[in-house]
Design a protein around this ligand. Structure first.
Ligand SMILES: [Zn+2]
Length: 351
């Protein structure tokens, strides 16, 4: 069975649920899931409860992250219309700012131009701005990037119309980048019908044409693959008011390696999408003496033995190739054959 050695991967879109959702994930379990998936650097989203939108909350969360993380972890600050004057005070604790232009899980949402202008005027220029923007909101983001002449990163692009608009804007040299998720590359509306609540996330799963468009742009327009790891318990998913989101940290590398195995993607491109490009976009250094050893063996993804507290994956039953055998971070073996060896707090919080 052949073995591959990859750099430590970086996943720039995860939800670790601290504060307020610790019954479904926390820094210890979320970073264990990352290491199990060959990911040594993750960025955590601010739509927590309460959100990371005031100096007190983000500072307290930063300290909890330091106590809990087993890998490299950075926080996003959240743009909230009620707290917009705090943005510069959030920056010392965050890698980047997240702006939600469309409905999602949690209360963060920016809908008015004055608040958007305040974000672009007051957030430090050396730190990134990432956006949840769907459909025509992508055009709003491109307009802001152009007007303020500063980079904008689009999260989880999922539709043909969005990726084609981004390709057009990039062809004009505009300072924008984008990510796609493994679930938008691998699942369609048909899977959403089969999976029910377990296939409900934002953006929703696309048509076959949307999925085809993402693969058409995988070698040029798309800058990175990020999981949007968004754990909810099975009880919550079975409830009346289904929260959107699916876990992804432990399955993304296997899914993308399976694309390499089937010649849909080169290994060099996988490394760009999952390691070098995400770090370049967010200005994160590659950790020294770090590697991920993968056995290119076939197996079936399942809900058994997952590190994420939610304990399930929408990809259960899928045949994949590529199992993470060992992860070394800064010279230390942090995961070996499914056992997490890194202690809580042994990781680093990035800013
Ligand atoms: Zn998300």
């Amino acid at each position: 069975m052949s073995e591959l050695v990859l750099p430590g991967l970086a996943d720039v879109h995860t939800h670790l649920r601290v504060p307020g959702g610790e019954h479904k994930e926390d820094f210890q379990t979320g970073t264990a899931a990352a290491l199990a998936g060959g990911i040594t650097t993750i960025l955590a989203m601010p739509n927590t409860s309460p959100p990371l939108a005031t100096p007190e909350i983000i500072h307290a969360t930063y300290e909890q992250a330091q106590a809990g993380t087993r890998c490299e972890l950075g926080l996003f600050a959240g743009a909230s219309p009620e707290h917009i004057e705090h943005l510069p005070a959030l920056a010392p604790y965050a890698v980047a700012l997240k702006i939600y232009l469309n409905d999602t899980f949690g209360s963060l949402r920016v809908e008015d131009v004055p608040t958007l202008m305040a974000c672009f005027r007051t957030w430090p220029r050396e730190k990134m701005i990432a956006m949840h923007a769907e459909k025509q909101s992508v055009a709003v983001g491109i307009g802001l990037a152009t007007a303020f002449d500063r980079p904008v990163h689009f999260c989880h692009i999922s539709r043909r119309e969005e990726i084609e608009l981004i390709a057009t804007a990039k062809a004009h040299g505009l300072p924008i980048t984008c990510e796609v998720t493994p679930h938008h590359l691998y699942l369609t509306q048909e899977d959403a019908a089969r999976l029910g609540a377990l296939g409900d996330m934002r953006p929703v799963l696309g048509t076959k044409s949307d999925v085809a468009a993402l693969w058409e742009h995988i070698n040029d327009t798309i800058d990175c693959v990020a999981t949007d790891h968004a754990p909810h318990t099975l009880a919550e998913k079975a409830s009346e008011k289904v929260p959107p989101g699916v876990p992804g940290l432990e399955t993304s590398l296997a899914l993308l390696l399976t694309a390499v195995h089937h010649n849909r993607l080169t290994l060099d491109r996988l490394i760009e999408l999952m390691a070098s490009n995400p770090r370049r976009i967010y200005g994160l250094a590659e950790p020294p003496d770090t590697k991920v050893v993968v056995e290119m063996a076939p197996y079936t993804l399942s809900n058994e033995g997952l590190q994420t507290k939610c304990g399930w994956t929408p990809f259960a039953g899928m045949e994949v190739v590529g199992r993470v055998k060992e992860v070394v971070l800064r010279g230390k073996v942090v995961m070996e054959n499914g056992r997490i060896l890194a202690a809580p707090g042994s990781g680093t919080v990035l800013v």
